[in-house]
Design a protein around this ligand. Sequence first.
Ligand SMILES: [Zn+2]
Length: 447
Amino acid sequence: MRVGVYLRQSLDRTGEGLAVSRQREDCVKLCDQRGWTPVFYEDNDTSATKGVRPAYQNLLEDAEKGVIKGVVVWDLDRLHRRPIELEHFMELADRKRLSLATVTGDVDLSTDNGRLFARIKGAVAKAEVERKSARQKRAARQAAEAGHGWGGRRAFGYDPDDLPLEPEASLLRGAYKKVLSGISLHAIAAEWNRNGINTTAGKKWTGSTVRQVLINPRNAGWRSYRGEIVADATWEPITTEDTWRAVASLLNTPGRRAGTNARKRLLTGILICGRCEHPMRSGVSHTSNDPIYVCKNCHRNSRRLDPVDGLVIKLVKGFLSSPLADALLVNPNQGNLEELRNEEAGLIGRLKQLGVDYAEGLLNGREVKTARERLETRLSDIREQLINTNDQVFEGLIRTDFKWDSLHLDRQRSVIRKLFVPTLLPAGRGRPFQPDHLSIRWLPKEH
Ligand SMILES: [Zn+2]
């Protein structure tokens, strides 16, 4: 029988934790005794602290696929750091009839007692992590005071005493605004890099590190989130609760990826091919070297880019300066804001309560699962509405004399996406572009 042996470094940097080599040795011995064939999955210290554990994910996938029939781990606390992970694992173990063996003593997840034991161990492990991080923080502060530099890493935007630090705090505030107005994380990263702003680790920014910084709940004055504990902190928030929530929901929206380096034009991926209805790409004409939009699906539709962009920009500006655009200013959700936020808080509370009810045996696993699904569906609806409420794409653009060229490309693209879908109709080869080659479908939702 093949079993997954999961190894993880200790979170403790002082070295008092159990080395991976020792864990591996003990687990292999255990597999030998039982006649199991070990397959190793190993995560490192840093990723585990951040809650990202690629090897652990692989282990779950392999268990799901039936590649491994059991899991061996030195101690349960290697396997899970958060109660929710344990719940997921128990559900999987149950469904796939996984064996679980630990060097420190077996845990039978198929019995109530075994599950209870696992949960208690989980709670203890969690408390342990929190204690350790407090200890590390203290040690780091002592080191800083003694002039040894900062052992742990301060958060971007805050000094080591948790006070907002300029210019970082202002940069963060600006970045929240930019994200809400449709500018990509990649563009923000590029701008910070251009201005010589580094991460607190002294590195260059990427879209993904900007994202990490923005979704940190500490910027809104909270201690912790992940849907579990949300407590007020002692430090000063950099942004408002509303803004943070809107950005965090936006960035957590599945399907949104950090900006890529691919060369983008105004209508790349927005302009639709009138022949095959696929989004068109941009490229360069082989004959004239001019930039063009081209369909890489049917290969039978392409046009010089400049006149198409010119017409689209004219349409957008015309619309935004007309009385029709006033409708965009009226936010249909404005009055509901408070209500939505209350409901969101209520749902988070009920989700938390589910765990308690489960631990106390008031609900069984199936009931918790059903209830959780229902609550989470509603929660994601509400979060989407909150995003729309905070939508700032059109801020400062309606019936003002703004300069289109002064807007960032990402924002220009967001504006177009919100207004209409442009389709490039096929025309004879070599024919110059005419306005009626472009068909515009205005999006009705907002006006
Ligand atoms: Zn096509």
